[in-house]
Design a protein around this ligand. Structure first.
Ligand code: CA
Length: 379
């Protein structure tokens, strides 16, 4: 089997009701889907998390020519060759995100060629279903009181849908943040897990003050409190609060995560499979996290293809530590408006009664709808 063609699909769709995290209002959803064709007729699908036009350009110009004529079975060799091709100018960011999309597509192809789901080829399964948490509760109004009313109703919706965990956004200023988090804890009660995410929207002073105020609210983790470059800030915050500190969606490859682990900067690592280096690198990072006693909670923010890749990884993430009360990883289930995220799959991956099932078909275990791909394709 040889690779014959690589196609990049840049997808874009406007959304009706925009929403905000600490850095920006979101008014459209974008995605980069990569398709690898082979002379066997099999096709591999991948998803890259990053600026899609930039990812497409790196793939088209620099990576695709190196892949034509190669066997997709040589996964590790291809990974190292592509990483090394742009190492002097890359190491993180767009070149690694582009590599991630191709790596996921190559895993999909290998699974299809061998008739096995990716998680079996990665040594699993450890589990065939995972609990999902709802990622949502973004700011929807710039008036705090109006926003709280909207988010109260949204949180109640997640409870009605069977979610047992959910995540909201902070980083909008102390009073706005703490009043929102207090309202949410009050709304969902003590049994439901609640996480907060600042998208590195706090400096260390703000993060410490907010963490201290949130301590009585049983917060499952405080995600990206400060800038991803500031590992010392992460480590200092981690020592000053009992709330677990999470981060890593803006970090890349085992090299970044080695530094995070050595600095003991985070309790929970959150690499994005479609950004950190693909499934190949995610598994390496997961093994490192295990060795260092850190938890691994995959970040997920892509199309249904990226979601499928995350599910394959979740099937093989270790249970730390194997005991009756062991912690198992959760699926980050993006519940925000997105015109094509789920529509892209013939059989979408859903969380029902709080749980999602790992696709069992060959490769990523999902089938892509061409009509949806064409509808939102802008390049
Ligand atoms: Ca996040």
């Amino acid at each position: 089997m040889k690779i014959t063609r690589i196609i990049t699909h840049v997808l874009e769709a406007p959304i009706e009701n925009s929403f905000a995290f600490s850095q920006a209002w979101v008014d459209k959803r974008v995605g980069l889907v990569v398709e690898i064709e082979t002379d066997s007729g099999l096709i591999g699908w991948g998803d890259g998390y990053g600026p899609p036009f930039a990812l497409a350009s790196v793939i088209d110009r620099y990576y695709a020519p190196r892949l034509i004529g190669r066997s997709p079975l040589a996964g590790d060799a291809i990974w190292e060759e592509l990483y090394n091709a742009l190492r002097d100018h890359g190491q993180r960011g767009v070149p690694v995100q582009a590599l991630s999309a191709l790596d996921i597509a190559l895993w999909d192809l290998r699974g299809k060629a061998l008739g096995q789901p990716v998680h079996v080829l990665m040594g699993g399964p450890i589990r065939d279903s995972v609990r999902g948490y709802a990622t949502g509760l973004y700011r929807r109004s710039s008036t705090p009181a109006e926003n709280r009313a909207l988010l109260q109703a949204e949180a109640e919706g997640y409870l009605d849908a069977g979610f047992t965990a959910m995540k909201t956004k902070v980083g909008f200023g102390f009073r706005d943040d703490i009043e929102l988090v207090e309202m949410l804890r009050d709304t969902i009660g003590p049994e439901i897990e609640l996480f907060v995410d600042a998208n590195h929207g706090c400096d260390l002073v703000q993060a410490k003050k907010l963490a201290l105020a949130m301590e009585p609210l049983d917060i499952g983790w405080f995600e990206e409190p400060v800038e991803p470059e500031d590992l010392e800030g992460y480590a200092e915050l981690r020592r000053t609060t009992s709330i677990p500190i999470a981060g890593g969606e803006c970090s890349f490859t085992r090299h970044d995560f080695r530094r995070i682990l050595e600095a003991r900067a985070m309790d929970i690592l959150q690499p994005d499979t479609a950004s950190c280096g693909g499934l190949t690198e995610a598994k390496r990072i997961a093994d490192m996290a295990w060795t260092h006693g850190a938890r691994y909670q995959p970040h997920v923010w892509g199309t249904g293809i990226g979601l499928a890749a995350a599910m394959q990884l979740l099937a093989v993430l270790p249970t730390t530590t194997p005991a009756f009360g062991a912690h198992a990883p959760l699926l980050e289930y993006d519940s925000t408006p997105h015109p094509f995220r789920q529509d892209l799959l013939v059989e979408p991956i859903r969380v029902a009664d709080g749980t999602a099932h790992v696709p069992q078909g060959p490769g990523l275990g999902v089938e892509v709808r061409r009509d949806v791909l064409e509808r939102w394709r802008v390049r």
